[in-house]
Ligand binder design. Sequence first.
Ligand code: ZN
Length: 162
Amino acid sequence: MESLNQICAVVDVQGFATKSHFYPRELSVIGKNIEVNMEFDTRQNAKYLPYAEQKTIHYQTQKIHGLTLRPSYEARAGLKHANRLRRVLWRIYKSVVTEDKPYFGCKNQQLAEILEEEGIPFIDLDSVAPRLRDLDKLNGGCAWLCKYHTVTWAPHLTCAER
Ligand SMILES: [Zn+2]
């Protein structure tokens, strides 16, 4: 039976989930020997996406995480394309995994699906830990966001690093 002390790092991703795609924008990996918080560039222009997807994206920016579909113009240089997420996850996993700690801890359903497809072992923290939202509530709702969330701030928004 897997347990929480077999987790080598906790991983979270924030991004845009449409019917057909998941566009990651932010990846965060926190563990004993690692602390990563990075942005991806989706290289998508909402203008050229179907109207239904534009609406979904707008909603997620305003109501879920405050991230824009693409990073700011100045931030784009050197950022990895969103389609590199799986490769980055594998590279980080290989760098932190040990015999005693073979699992990522995962807080997020889209990410769980990706890890599942990739065959990267993980423990779904939603099933064992109190939900982040409930923790925020316990802490008096004092949520914080990392610097990538440029559009708007509200206490209910989610951040991969938190
Ligand atoms: Zn963030």
